[in-house]
Ligand binder design. Structure first.
Ligand code: BGC
Length: 418
């Protein structure tokens, strides 16, 4: 009998040990140098709590591959313990009962008060907190190479006429004015910044959040499409499907003078040794000054494995601590989701992003391409349509508008804003 109890005790001890120095598998798409370094901040911090971060990184800018892998793993009952999930998908997955509720962690950490309203709203479902937000990226960012601008005596463009004058001069001097890849998500990232530039946040939301089919026939969308096409003459020729990190390199190597992309590019340029406001600077895309096209990187925890729950809650708690928020976002290129972040420690790009975002919902527009505005179906269909228009110089602008309105009608228009 005593032997039996001894055995039972050792089994319990073993189980307890296992439950501790355990690992959490985290699925994400942070595979570039700066993305990796930013994720390592989280890995190291977690390991101090005796939890190992088991990496499940799926390469591919904007997470197309990662989302496919995540879906198939969840469907085959092999969900990781945590994953990068963004925007309305968080509530959709929460609705299916897949996500761990983090109410206690959020309460202890005072998240309701410390997080900005937009990121806080994006992690809530029916009064519960179901995710932990990490950082806010600004998509309407125009990076420019200071060396080329200085050499040609140019100032950062504040308007489209200024942009065009600068681009012409840059072209004549033998540089590529605007780095751009033909990869569909990168074309769509530029497109949505142009839509914001033409229409402002309210019109942008009519299109991609409220899904008003009639808004797609508006001349403002027509002008954004025309500009997308017109900008081609400043892009590399031939235009190929390069990665976003290759685009950042074109700017870093003084081959291209400008790049319009989310501010993860800043992280990558910094990681390659180029300092903000020395080698490059950033300004809002012309016409979007005082507007913020945003995407919020967020981790969800999958429910169902009680052995891992303590680690999942620990990870969620760590993500929102002021130190992790400051260190991670500095490397990643984004800004903290916390309202008490120290703006004096930010570089000029981060400060501008932060101060603009702080102005609230009237200046904010959620990124369609980076999953903040709609579900995957609308995003995928619009991205494909924008790419087709961009690749086919014969397609009339009005035809592209008609097709997009058709997509919205087919997918169910007039959604209520979350
Ligand atoms: C993500 C960023 C990432 C970028 C490039 C965006 O969708 O929000 O975290 O750096 O894609 O892959």
């Amino acid at each position: 009998m005593i032997e039996f109890y001894k055995m039972l005790i050792s089994i319990c001890l073993l189980l307890a040990m296992n439950a501790h120095a355990e690992s959490l598998e985290v699925l994400h798409w942070w595979t570039s140098v700066s993305e990796r370094r930013a994720a390592d901040i989280l890995v190291e911090r977690l390991s101090k709590e005796s939890w190992e971060w088991k990496d499940a990184a799926v390469p591919g800018g904007s997470g197309l591959g990662a989302m496919k892998v995540l879906k198939s793993r969840v469907l085959s009952d092999k969900a990781p313990q945590a994953a990068q999930l963004i925007g309305p998908a968080i509530a959709e997955w929460g609705d299916l009962g897949l996500l761990l509720e983090l109410d206690e962690v959020a309460k202890q950490g005072g998240w309701a008060k410390s997080i900005w309203p937009a990121p806080y709203a994006s992690i809530r479902l029916r009064g519960h907190v179901i995710a932990a937000p990490l950082g806010i990226h600004r998509i309407n960012t125009l990076f420019y190479n200071r060396k080329i601008f200085k050499q040609l005596g140019l100032a950062a463009p504040q308007s489209w006429p200024e942009f065009e004058r600068a681009a012409e001069k840059i072209k004549r001097a033998g540089f590529i004015p605007l780095a751009q890849s033909s990869e569909p998500w990168q074309v769509a990232t530029l497109f949505e910044a142009l839509v914001l530039s033409e229409g402002g946040p309210a019109y942008y939301r009519d299109l991609f959040v409220r899904r008003r089919a009639n808004a797609f026939f508006d001349p403002r969308l027509g002008r954004a499409l025309e500009r997308l096409r017109a900008l081609r003459r400043y892009m590399p020729d031939p235009l190929t499907e390069k990665t976003w990190t290759q685009m950042a390199k074109m700017l870093a190597k003084d081959e291209a003078a400008m790049l319009i992309m989310g501010d993860w590019v800043k992280g990558e340029l910094n990681a390659s040794g180029l300092l903000t406001d020395e080698a490059f600077s950033c300004v809002p895309v012309p016409g979007t000054n005082e507007m913020h096209l945003y995407s919020i990187d967020t981790l969800v925890m999958f429910a169902g494995n009680y052995m891992k729950q303590a680690g999942q809650e620990k990870l969620a708690q760590l993500l929102l601590t002021p130190a992790v928020q400051a260190n991670y976002n500095k490397i990643k290129g984004s800004v903290p989701v916390r309202r008490d972040a120290n703006v004096r420690l930010m570089d000029s790009c981060a400060r501008s992003s932060w101060q603009t975002f702080a102005k609230g919902s009237t200046v904010q527009a959620p990124s369609l391409t980076h999953r903040m505005a709609s579900d995957e179906a609308l995003k995928d269909a619009i991205v494909a349509q924008v790419h087709r228009f961009f690749s086919d110089s014969q397609m009339p602008v009005s035809e592209a508008q008609r097709r997009m309105a058709g997509i919205v009608r087919a997918l169910g228009a007039e959604e209520k804003e979350p």
